[in-house]
Design a protein around this ligand. Structure first.
Ligand SMILES: Nc1nc2c(ncn2[C@@H]2O[C@H](COP(=O)(O)OP(=O)(O)OP(=O)(O)O)[C@@H](O)[C@H]2O)c(=O)[nH]1
Ligand SMILES: [Mg+2]
Length: 444
């Protein structure tokens, strides 16, 4: 796994420069420096066993790495559920504090502690008081990566809106020190001084109002972008739309590049793609539109899905979904469930779709010894057995490929052609696209 050492992750939420009456909170800045260090925290609960927590923390570590932070230690605690005041038990918090202290004594800095679940304002405040370092949760980390990746005005606006949505209920934590600066009761009988009488407005209320204004401005901008995008989509002519969907880092952009000869940013980092790319692809004589979009992830906050509405409209308006799965990931079955759930949230469960298992080249398994009588686990299944199981489970409606090794890409193109053709004839029965002559474009 490669780590970018050139980007220094610094999520600073403390500056609030005002710009033409609007607040412009600096959420994120990237400085060239050695990476920051992170401590990860997760809990083991009756609904999340030890194995699951480990997988979540593996993913959190990958997220931290994608943001440029190096993980130096993990802490877990077995609890009935998260503590509503401190998330962890106080003893565990003290243990983490002792670890941070020991690191500091050895002149090593712990830059941040990252919690695997979204923290409430109350939890954040209490944990920060106890640990006295920067505290992040899964959502802030994801938002930070999004802020780093956002390229277009659309993506930037969406990320900023999502950040304000996250921030609003947690404002108090940030601004209590600024409270009650103007107005309110003055000296001498609590009546206030000249010009400052009346109810007054606390800094907190002001910030809240400014942020709400900013949010409605951003929503207005997004609505404008949405309108333009809808017009653009309307102008695309009578072509079937295919969307590549899937968990983050499964190879969607790699496949997009192969199928459309485009150069979409593909990298071994989470959320390499934030903006939707749409390309016209011609297989044989049949043109269709292929779009690559943001990957899904576990515990993706609903607000974030909402903010990314215009990006995800590409998925909503697609005629056919190619659900890409990374079969080499130990947790790929869970990832399929997360994608299915997110698609259901988007109202897309009923769309025609097909699962494409990618990265078959990287699939590994452990053969069990003949005398090993312990039950076989998912790790003991050979690729052939796995293919067999999924083929019968999905009634043959799936494919096994390696985008990297170009394995089975011709079959994928053939299947895609048949599917698009079938949908095209259904959707545009009087359209003669199919019979026009197109240059056979080499796709690989
Ligand atoms: N071993 C192997 N690696 C692959 C294959 N396909 C893609 N990859 C690698 O997987 C990583 C992620 O690929 P991307 O194409 O960026 O994945 P994505 O689904 O677009 O990811 P996001 O945009 O982050 O959601 C890259 O390092 C690719 O080189 C494959 O068939 N085999
Ligand atoms: Mg991508």
């Amino acid at each position: 796994m490669k780590t970018s050492r050139s980007k220094h992750y610094n999520s600073s939420r403390s500056s609030l420069p005002f710009e033409d009456g609007m607040t412009n909170v600096k959420f994120h800045n990237v400085i060239d420096d050695s990476p920051e260090t992170a401590v990860l925290v997760g809990i083991i609960t009756p609904s999340q066993d030890e194995r699951k927590t480990k997988e979540y923390l593996d993913e959190l570590e990958f997220l931290a790495e994608s943001a440029g932070a190096r993980t130096i230690r993990r802490f877990t605690q077995r609890l009935g559920g998260p503590n509503s005041v401190t998330y962890l038990g106080i003893g565990k918090l003290q243990e983490i504090r002792a670890f941070i202290q020991a690191e500091e004594d050895a002149e090593r800095e712990v830059s941040m502690v990252i919690f695997d679940d979204e923290l409430s304002a109350k939890q954040l405040r209490n944990i920060e008081n106890e640990l006295k370092v920067k505290i992040l949760d899964r959502t802030t980390l994801i938002l930070d990566i999004f802020a780093m990746r956002a390229q277009t005005a659309n993506a930037k606006t969406q990320v900023e809106l999502a950040q304000y949505r996250y921030m609003l209920p947690r404002l108090q934590r940030l601004w209590t020190h600024l409270e009650r600066q103007g107005g309110g009761s003055g000296s001498g009988g609590g009546k206030g001084s000249v010009g400052l009488r009346g109810p007054g407005e606390t800094q907190l209320e002001m910030d809240r109002r400014i942020i709400l204004n900013r949010m409605s401005l951003l929503k207005g901008r997004l609505a404008e972008i949405d309108k333009q995008k809808t017009t653009q989509r309307g102008n695309r002519g009578k072509m079937i739309r295919v969307a590549l969907v899937g968990y983050t880092n499964v190879g969607k952009s790699t496949l997009m590049n192969l199928l459309s000869k485009s150069e979409v940013f593909a990298e071994n980092k989470l959320f390499a793609t934030l903006d939707t790319t749409v390309r016209k692809v011609i297989v044989d004589n049949l043109p269709f539109l292929l779009s690559d979009t943001v990957g899904f992830i576990r515990k993706l906050p609903t607000d974030l899905v909402d903010s990314f509405k215009s990006t995800l409209d590409e998925v909503r308006e697609a005629d056919f979904l190619l659900h890409i799965v990374d079969i080499s990931h130990p947790d790929f079955e869970d990832q399929i469930k997360v994608v299915d759930k997110t698609l259901a949230d988007l109202g897309c469960s009923e769309k025609p779709q097909m699962i494409v298992f990618n990265k078959i080249d990287a699939y590994t398994w452990e053969e069990k010894d003949a005398d090993d009588l312990t039950p076989a686990t998912a790790r003991n299944v050979s690729l052939q057995e796995l293919i067999h199981t999924w083929m019968s489970r999905l009634g043959g409606e799936c494919l096994f490929i390696s985008a990297q090794e170009r394995t089975n890409l011709d079959t994928l193109k053939q299947v895609l052609y048949n599917k698009v053709r079938e949908l095209h004839v259904q959707k545009y029965p009087y359209n003669d696209f199919l019979f026009e002559h197109y240059e056979a474009t080499p796709l690989i």
